[in-house]
Design a protein around this ligand. Structure first.
Ligand code: FEO
Length: 171
């Protein structure tokens, strides 16, 4: 990860995004090496992906509740509008991926040809998601963190970072 230009102690995205990027690296490895011709491959992969995407959904919820809502209110107070902040998670594909993963469980007892076909569909959907997710995190780091630095006091950001990390339960 490139070094942030903001002090670590007030960078609210640093710790959770490090975790999210680790998860991306792990599932990309798993997906790229998965052999859906083999019985059990899908069964093994689905719960791992479901846990990961449930964690992404939780990350999104925490950002909405703890970062974006506060940032929106602060921007409103100083009469600044930011479309990026308002629409940040508006086009999230997480629900679609989670639904697809749940559909996958019905596939595990089907003929191997159907499992192979579902595996390809899953690889494509997850790869499309990842192509948006990485720049999405970068946008949060490069657009939202500077806004937080500009409109929040140092002490407020210390507290915000602590709350965000506590909510993610990652230290
Ligand atoms: Fe930090 Fe909205 O993902």
């Amino acid at each position: 990860m490139a070094p942030s230009k903001f002090p670590d102690e007030v960078n609210v995205f640093l710790v959770p995004h490090s975790r999210m990027k680790d998860l991306v690296g792990t599932y990309m490895d798993q997906l790229s090496t998965a052999d859906f011709h083999s019985n059990g491959a899908l069964e093994h992969l689905l719960p791992l992906l479901e846990n990961t995407f449930t964690e992404f959904k939780s990350h999104e919820h925490i950002e909405n509740q703890y970062i974006l809502e506060q940032l929106k209110q602060r921007l409103k107070l100083v009469n600044v509008t930011s479309k990026a902040v308002c629409n940040c998670h508006g086009d999230s594909q997480l629900v679609e991926i989670l639904n697809l993963l749940r559909d996958g469980y019905t596939c595990t007892s089907k003929p191997i040809s159907e499992q192979i076909s579902f595996g390809s569909q899953l690889q494509k959907a997850v790869s499309d998601f990842t192509q948006h997710f990485i720049p999405h995190m970068q946008e949060e780091e490069e657009i939202f963190q500077p806004l937080l630095m500009k409109y929040f006091a140092h002490e407020e950001l210390l507290l915000l970072k602590e709350q965000v990390i506590q909510q993610h339960e990652i230290w």
